[in-house]
Write a protein that binds this ligand. Sequence first.
Ligand SMILES: [Zn+2]
Length: 332
Amino acid sequence: MKQLTRHALRCLLPGKKRKPRALWGQTGVAAWALGWLWPALALAVFYSQGWQTLRVAQAVIQYRTVDERVALQIGRWYRQAQPRFEKFYGPIQIKPFRIVVSSPLAFRKMMAQAGLPEWVQAVFLSQERTILVKSPREEGNMDQLAQDFVHELAHLYTLDCYGNTSVPVWYNEGFSEYLSQGQISIHQAIVLANALWSKRLIPLMAMEDLMHFNHNEAQLAYLEALSAVRYLEQLFPPDFSWPKFHALVATKGWKQTLQQATGLDEVDFQVKWYQHIRNRYRWMILLNLENFLWFGLLFVFVVIFLLIRRRNRKRLRLWELEEQVFPDEWEL
Ligand SMILES: [Zn+2]
């Protein structure tokens, strides 16, 4: 099962206030007043003893000694991502930021205290300019961590590219998925087809409530967001590119840029995207293993039926021939 992760705090916790708990003391109350209580909790971890620091380009990576291998690898992923990201965002100057490799236990505690769903495996704290990832030392693996980290890094780039410009959650998440995954796999195409046939597709606009989704809903929502961003790219005019799109969003805003890039407003874009999903993924339902077994079984029954019918016809013809060669009177 795919581990779901990721999302920018900026888009996932829009303006949410949380009640202070006495246990958290003055620091917690102050953070709550700003609406950022749980980042404060996350940052409290930094001041514990035993943390190591690694500097890579604009990033400071903080980690426990036991996670040194993970931290070094994250540094490599960051360096690899830089030139690739510039192709999508253009030559933007990223401000300094921090990456924290948290222990699984501390990460789970922070997510629980922040009221975030269990499927969250990494977050980008925009106010703190911090990417918080969970060490895979107990669960998960490096491949998944790589995807999660690049996804959150994309949120950081998007923030530095757009500033305070607001974009829909489906686009923010979908573009991060696009940079961390790129393609839609056969398995994911089947998931989309299943959702389409069972009428479970989630409207793109409903992703504003992503933090209230359960694991399966969130998994589907991220996939839909990825497909929507890929479809958006297909609608670009020939003279359009991602850096141009981002630059326009930063200066003219989301709605005007979407209209200029696709000729559609938000509602029409969603309608066209839904048609695109229908046309492109509808028949992937046949590749669903369960359906495949049923179709296979049906095929076997049809073949057996045809073979029996053929054998019976042969027998009938044989009997007719026998009757012609040996008429009834011969039996007397
Ligand atoms: Zn995200």
